[in-house]
Design a protein around this ligand. Structure first.
Ligand code: ARG
Ligand code: ASP
Length: 729
């Protein structure tokens, strides 16, 4: 009995242990490869990453710094999310040609649209450079000296490393400073827009459905990489030609079933999976609630205006989406951390860690770590909270104060770098402000300010609020600032910035809006920020040692490095989940679900008549399945922001899905991954193909792709099995 229990425990641990983690593609051999094969993968690690022959990594560039994309044809056709290409689609849109609203399809290459400042970056090679970067660091005693030496080593290696002239180098730290990796990169800058569905498909469900399952969004767009005659990176030229990739992903028409193996390959931005319990506790109890409350108020005000006024709705649509995205994520994250008991789980792990330290006789090195964390986190709390309030209220959510802070920095430049630097920056700032005022509405911002300054003055840690701002009458302050400040209009701010340095500084310092942001910035930069930085440096050093200890004391554990915007592999299975008691979610959604959500004329849930016709006629081409059209599916792949646009790949290396989001209950996966409720959301590739082919009629694009049927073989072997079974019976 005991043995059985142990065995069961072993399997449960195994089951959970197999998933979660974002792994370095050059280091998959061994544990990861075994796990992936156990999950059903039919490839080998070298099919995913290889420096000597083409491999999957050659088809997966980073898209414009913050997203991922994949090459899906021999002519450099590139697939990413609609929300990743949103800026480009918007930039090409006008009232007459509203590509955001109606979609855009290039039926021939001449129609593809070039984009300013858009680049994709491939990884050529990954190399461990830990020894070079940490050389001479160990013997230094102060943390500041260590960091300085590391920076020196990095810049030396950057200079001395041999590479081609068109290649770049990135050196990044892994495991919080315990490992360093060098990436040789190739960046292409002539990237043209090829196709985008209308927002009613690409952004279907908008903010209401964001971070939510069941989901029905066709979140994709298409671009093409262009290169010079030698297939090398080149700036836009009409003489450039479509890029020939080292590898492109074939697309599977067979779709997915529950428990199928999936691998997601991309550039996850940032996670903090190894925080001590005390840090997670602060996120749950202090920082998330504060940030959520601030954005709650800002969003409520803005939404009120957007619903009443069409012009305001356009002005604030993109800003609102950005603010709502993380607001909603934090709410889900807090609930998930609470529900999964993350703090207690961490406390238990810490107890076990402490025992291991004793057992290994390492008290001198690691015995005080947890107590030191506790002490430093308690000490940093008021500073960290105050910083959250400053960043959220002043810089992120009240536009006038955000602009005021830029002017404050301008004044700082004058005092640190002199008149010429001041004038250069001033002119630059002034010319760029047209964009800002185009989407600025002073009534909206005034109401947001009134709500948020109240929180700032009354709920942020009081010891850092300047004395003369305590017990302020909020209504009066708001009326004073917005009634008199010249910053409320473009003409006003141009007036403020007119004249020689002394005049500008005098005018600024006479402005009530400027006076307020200056007083608050001074207080923040003097009383809060230096102390925050000092304790934070301390915490980073502790985190590095804690990581080192875990790696040392848990030799066989699956410890993956936190995300850092470098290329990673994560893998799992197609899987539903139970969000709440008695509720079970299936892993696949269908076009019928789009029709169920359809609200005619609604800005989030409208459906175009063309799509409804195709649905009613069940005209799904070769992309449907048993008379239904799959739309989205979920899996246990561990992803985060930056993974948007990442390919979901099947057991054989074919493209089956396009990653774009996570489920609400599992957004805590940035801090604590729980395989029971953490799921990533992907668009089924068959839906992408259906929209391109049947909805848009862009057959030209389908023709350049490679469509495959990898499951055919499996299907016949299934039949075989059934036959065998029958024989037995
Ligand atoms: N939640 C996804 C991500 O973090 C998608 C965001 C797209 N924006 C939106 N408001 N729907 O990026
Ligand atoms: N939607 C995110 C992105 O844009 C992905 C995620 O956070 O799951 O990268």
């Amino acid at each position: 009995m005991k043995f059985l229990k142990l065995l069961l425990l072993f399997f449960v641990v195994q089951m959970q242990a197999q998933q979660g983690g974002m792994w370095i593609p050059s280091l998959l051999e061994g544990m990861n490869e075994t796990e992936m094969k156990n999950l059903g993968m039919k490839m080998s690690a070298s099919d995913i990453y290889d420096v000597n022959k083409s491999s999957l990594k050659d088809a997966v560039p980073q898209f414009n710094g913050g997203c991922t994309a994949e090459v899906i044809s021999s002519q450099g056709l590139l697939l990413t999310n609609h929300h990743c290409g949103f800026g480009e689609i918007q930039a090409h849109s006008t009232v007459e040609n509203n590509y955001l609203q109606d979609g855009f399809w290039a039926m021939k290459k001449e129609d593809e649209l070039p984009n300013k400042d858009l680049e994709v970056t491939f990884i050529v090679k990954i190399e461990d450079v830990t020894t070079q970067i940490l050389s001479g660091v160990e013997m230094l005693t102060s943390e500041a000296e260590k960091q300085k030496k590391i920076q020196e080593n990095i810049s030396n290696l950057n200079k001395s490393y041999t590479k081609e002239s068109y290649q770049g180098i990135k050196i990044r730290t892994f495991y919080e400073g315990n490992q360093y990796m060098l990436f040789v990169t190739e960046s292409y800058t002539d990237i043209r827009l090829v196709g985008a569905p209308p927002s009613s498909i690409g952004k279907f469900g908008s903010d209401t459905d964001n971070w939510v399952w069941p989901r029905h969004t066709g979140d994709f767009s298409l671009f093409r990489i262009y290169a010079d005659k030698n297939n090398l990176p080149a700036d836009y030229s009409k003489d450039n030609v479509p890029y020939t990739p080292k590898h492109f992903l074939p697309i599977s028409l067979d779709g997915v079933s529950e428990d199928d193996f999936t691998l997601v390959f991309g550039y996850p931005g940032r996670t903090t999976e190894y925080l001590p319990a005390v840090a997670v506790e602060q996120i749950v109890n202090e920082s998330n609630p504060a940030k959520i409350e601030i954005r709650d108020r800002a969003l409520k005000v803005t939404d009120g205006f957007m619903r009443k006024d069409k012009a305001i709705k356009i002005q604030y649509a993109s800003k609102y989406a950005g603010i709502a995205n993380y607001w909603k994520k934090w709410i889900g994250e807090t609930q998930g951390l609470t529900k999964s008991n993350a703090v207690q789980v961490k406390r238990d792990q810490e107890k076990a860690f402490q025992q291991k330290v004793v057992k290994a006789g390492k008290q001198a090195e690691y015995g005080n770590l947890l107590a030191d964390f506790e002490k430093n986190y308690n000490e940093i709390l008021p500073y960290a909270l105050s910083r959250d309030y400053f960043l959220e209220v002043m810089l992120r959510n009240t536009e006038l104060m955000g602009l005021g802070f830029k002017l404050y920095q301008l004044e700082q430049i004058q005092s640190t770098r002199g008149d010429q630097a001041f004038t250069d920056r001033k002119n630059n700032l002034r010319d760029g402000l047209g964009e800002f005022y185009k989407d600025f509405n002073v009534q909206v911002d005034e109401k947001v300010f009134e709500q948020l300054i109240d929180l700032y003055l009354n709920k942020s840690p009081q010891q850092f609020i300047p004395a003369d701002l305590k017990n302020t009458n909020i209504t009066k302050l708001t009326a004073d600032v917005y009634g008199t400040s010249k910053m409320t209009t473009y003409d006003g701010v141009k007036e403020l910035l007119d004249g020689d340095t002394q005049t500008v500084l005098k005018n600024l310092n006479n402005d009530k809006g400027y006076q307020l942001i200056k007083a608050l910035s001074d207080a923040f930069l003097k009383e809060v920020n230096p102390k925050y930085d000092a304790i934070n440096t301390e915490l980073n050093a502790l985190q590095r040692t804690y990581m080192k200890a875990q790696l040392e004391l848990n030799k066989d554990a699956r410890i993956f490095p936190d995300a850092n915007s470098t290329l990673r592999v994560t893998y799992g299975k197609v899987k539903g989940y139970n969000p709440r008691d008695a509720v079970a979610y299936e892993p696949v959604t269908y076009l019928g679900g789009v029709i169920e959500k359809y609200i005619p004329g609604d800005y989030e849930f409208d459906v175009s008549s063309k799509l409804i016709e195709l649905y009613n006629a069940k005209d799904f081409g070769p992309y449907g399945e048993n008379g239904k059209m799959p739309v989205n599916f979920i899996g246990t792949n561990h992803t985060t922001g930056g993974n948007s646009g990442s390919p979901a790949i099947d057991a054989h290396g074919n493209l089956i899905g396009l990653n774009f989001d996570r489920v609400w209950e599992g957004t805590m996966s940035d801090i604590y991954y729980d395989p029971a409720i953490c799921r990533n959301i992907m668009v089924d590739m068959r839906y992408v193909l259906f929209i391109i082919d049947k909805y848009a009629g862009a057959k030209n694009l389908i023709d350049e792709m490679k469509l495959v049927h990898p499951k055919n073989k499996k299907q016949s072997s299934k039949k075989q099995k059934i036959k065998n079974k029958k024989k037995k019976n």
